[in-house]
Design a protein around this ligand. Sequence first.
Ligand code: ZN
Length: 105
Amino acid sequence: MSTNLPEDTGGMLTVALAGLEGQLNEVLKETRRLRARVAALEEENQRLRAMILAAGEGESGRQQLVRLYNEGYHVCPPHFARVRGNEGCLFCQSFLEKKGLLPDG
Ligand SMILES: [Zn+2]
């Protein structure tokens, strides 16, 4: 190495660079994670749009709500259209019951 820096300064720089490299990797990892999340949300958004559009064709609003719920989305006002997964939601259930609808299972 043809550097004018004293030996220990070079060592410190190496350590600092390694630290920066590590941080950069973390940032890149986080960026990849966020990209994947955005892609998943866009996909879900498209799915919901498609469902809403398809809904105009024949299905009543009540049927749409039940379908949305049965496909794993919230239909309750506090969480509307968010992913429910396999978890039951008491808000959804009472919301559907109030409308005289009963979800599958
Ligand atoms: Zn809900």
